[in-house]
Design a protein around this ligand. Structure first.
Ligand code: HDE
Length: 703
């Protein structure tokens, strides 16, 4: 009887030899054209059979001598490392930073000395509360961590997409994060703050109120990493060659303008595409549409800092841009995805304490605590003090030190000397001129555990933020607060929150209280300092006020049916692409449709897999019979009614009216519904889309 030994077909040769390991000599075994590399163990032993373990007889017990199996399964069993305790879900990309002009007047940082200097960077965006496998469109802060591989060491600017933070002192961080993440007895909810523990803690921490306004705003549900700002949050210092210090706040501004989604959309995106933000960044970079941000700095001195009644060391405060204009100093371009997610995005280790000469810290107690914390977290996650040997973490400039040994040491000092000073004339020496010099601030005082009086105002800037929003944005804050607090089951916590809101804006508090069904208005929370009502609104804080000038970088979803006008389809494609936007086709079948002239139009999505929440604007390019057929499909009706409810621009051909009607949308409802007939209307449609949303519709749809 023939042996029934199952083997796989040998893979066809790919012509790529990237899976061939280097041999001892460091050389690659060169593969002949068409040759398939031989599978080996981790130690290079060629493998004869990767389908069956070694057994005694076909049906007998497995043998422990099967070292190939042991090698393979051992390694698999150890693939996971602990996920980050916060910011577990992240996505990164490589790129460069280009300096505009020399900032030598303010800082000796090498990266800011020469106009046109390009510095390699790695950026990791993240959500904060959710686990590694959670969905992208959680209502959450986004991490915006930038590692700049400068010629004088790595500079990690570990920021967020929101310029303030929940707490003023690092000692409260474990409490904040415990309260925000899943409740420990039940391990839910995942990636959301809409639960009792979070709001219990927040309502007991008035210092968090400014941040609460931000996370209840649309900033916490960005449309894409590409359309969000980034902030260093803390006040840092620039230090010049003459050891003069200037305070600095760092702000990244997206070239494509800001954009967010609406909450109802976020909820649906999380079901339709939990990887929405990752996919967006991947697709943009892979297609050569490299996202770009401008780095701006707010520079000021001690006298300017003293002119405020808040403290620039308090991370719950901003300096409004209208009071101190951010100066553009360079641009960040992301142009390459990692080759391997784990090796780069997962193993990258950001640490706020990584600053090159010329950049220094302020006494912000949150920053000081962070400088202490990040090293521990990297050791815990990456398992060895040699995590700096990993290529993603290693500096790209020359470096020389006497650190040695430890788990997984890839590099050790060479030669006899592994200490300094030494008499052998070997190895590196310190350099007081070139080396890092901390700013010599005069510090003196008693040891105390105290919060400065200058940190006491918790409401004025929360009010400033709310007052700086446009009416739709204010509505979204009301709705977010109502939604989140409606998930809180303890009435006292809901009421405590309303008592804080009363110190921010009475109408806001009253509307939220009404929507929550709170019958008796609580009294305002005690405020350590009376909230100011004379702060000028800051238009820079609104997303809608700072949207894009073009529809570039955005995506149009075009729902097509058999029998459409191929010429119109092409005109639309041309207009969309001319704008720098992308068009994706949705159809009843993923195989696509036949246009009236017989041309085939391929689809990217079938209708159930391509809901309108995935697009910034939609077009219904349908023949009459096509629209009749689609009108019977729930997914097609949702495509239209959601696009309408989310205030998107909707282009449509006359044939599409049956579907609009079935979806409950009046074709003449407002100017966001645009009839497409000719070249000119395709362009008109794309121009209208530059506004991104027709917010005027929102009151009518009452989402
Ligand atoms: Fe972090 N934070 N953080 N954080 N943080 C971490 O470090 C911490 C804070 C931020 O993509 C951890 O590598 C403390 C503010 C980002 O890998 C950990 C405090 C801001 C990332 C840590 C803060 C941030 C982290 C977890 C209070 C905005 C992701 C894993 C004093 C300016 C970096 C890790 C990445 C990550 C500690 C507060 C931003 C535990 C103690 C404020 C973007 O070290």
């Amino acid at each position: 009887m023939a042996q029934s030994r199952q083997r796989s077909e040998r893979r066809p040769a790919s012509g790529r030899n990237q899976n061939v390991e280097r041999g001892n000599g460091g050389e690659l075994h060169q593969l002949a054209e068409g040759e398939t590399p031989v599978l080996t163990t981790a130690l290079g032993t060629p493998v004869s059979d990767d389908q069956n373990t070694l057994k005694i007889g076909e049906r007998g017990p497995s043998l422990i001598e099967d070292s190939h199996f042991r090698d393979k399964i051992f390694h698999f069993d150890h693939e996971r490392i602990p996920e980050r305790v916060v910011h577990a879900r992240g996505y990164g990309a490589h790129g460069y930073f280009e300096t505009y002009e020399s900032l030598a007047k303010y800082t000796r940082a090498d990266i800011f000395q020469r106009a046109g200097e390009k510095t390699p960077v790695f950026v990791r965006f993240s959500t904060v509360a959710g686990n590694k496998g959670s969905f992208d469109l959680a209502r959450d802060v986004r991490g915006f961590a930038v590692k700049l591989y400068t010629k004088e060491g790595n500079w990690d600017l570990v920021g967020n997409n929101i310029p303030v933070f929940f707490i003023q002192d690092a000692i409260k961080f474990p409490d904040l994060i415990h309260a925000a993440k899943q409740e420990p007895d039940r391990d839910f909810p995942q990636a959301q703050t809409a639960h009792d523990n979070f709001w219990d803690f927040i309502s007991l921490m008035p210092e968090s109120m400014h941040m609460i306004m931000w996370i209840m705003s649309d900033r916490a549900i960005p449309r894409s990493f590409r359309f969000m700002q980034g902030f260093g949050v803390h006040t840092f210092r620039f230090v010049s060659a003459d050891d003069e210090s200037t305070f600095v706040k760092f702000i990244w501004k997206p070239k494509l303008g800001m954009q967010s989604v609406v909450w109802n959309e976020a909820v649906k995106i999380n079901g339709a595409d939990p990887d929405f933000h990752r996919r967006d960044l991947w697709e943009a970079i892979q297609s050569g549409n490299f996202p770009e941000w401008e780095l701006t700095v707010q520079l000021f001195d001690q006298d300017f800092a003293d002119s405020f009644d808040f403290d620039v060391l308090d991370a719950t405060k901003i300096i409004p841009e209208e009071i101190l204009k951010p100066i553009p100093v360079g641009r960040l371009v992301l142009d390459r995805m990692p080759d391997n997610f784990f090796a780069e995005t997962e193993q990258v280790a950001f640490m706020t304490q990584n600053v090159p000469p010329g950049i220094d810290f302020s006494n912000d107690p949150l920053l000081q605590g962070r400088n202490f914390s990040y090293l521990d977290t990297q050791l815990k996650r990456l398992g060895s003090p040699n995590f700096t040997h990993l290529p993603i973490n290693a500096p790209k400039c020359p470096f020389a030190h006497f650190q040695q040994d430890g788990h997984m040491a890839m590099r050790n000092p060479v030669g006899r000397a592994n200490y300094e000073p030494n008499s052998w004339g070997m190895g590196p020496r310190e350099d007081p001129q070139r080396g890092y010099r901390s700013f010599a601030d005069a510090e003196q005082g008693q040891k105390v555990r105290l919060r400065a009086e200058s940190f006491a105002d918790h409401y004025s800037q929360a009010r400033l933020f709310f007052n700086s929003q446009t009416p739709p944005e204010q509505r979204h804050i009301v709705m977010a607060l109502t939604f989140e607090l409606s998930k809180v089951q303890t009435p006292a916590i809901r009421e405590r929150m309303v008592s804080h809101l009363l110190n921010i804006d009475e109408a806001l508090a009253a509307t939220v209280a009404d929507k929550l069904g709170i019958r008796k208005m609580p009294s305002p929370a005690d405020a350590a300092v009376p909230p100011r009502d004379d702060l000028e609104p800051s238009p820079a804080l609104s997303i809608i006020n700072n949207g894009p000038e073009s529809f570039g970088g955005r995506k149009v979803g075009v729902l097509v049916s058999d029998g459409v006008d191929a010429a119109l389809f092409e005109q639309l494609r041309t207009a969309v692409e001319k704008e720098g936007a992308v068009m994706e086709v949705v159809a009843a079948k993923v195989g696509g449709v036949d246009a009236a002239d017989g041309t085939q139009i391929e689809a990217r999505h079938m209708i159930d897999g391509g809901p309108s929440v995935l697009f910034d604007a939609v077009v219904l390019m349908l023949s009459e019979p096509g629209a009749e057929l689609l009108a019977k499909e729930a997914a097609a009706k949702d495509f239209v009614s959601d696009a309408f409810a989310h205030c998107k621009f909707i282009g449509f051909t006359s044939g599409a009216e049956a579907l609009l009607a079935k979806a409950g949308v009046d074709a003449d409802a407002d100017e966001g519904l645009i009839r497409l007939e000719s070249n000119k209307t395709a362009e008109k449609f794309v121009q209208a889309c530059r506004k991104l949303r027709l917010w005027a519709r929102e009151a009518a749809v009452k989402l």
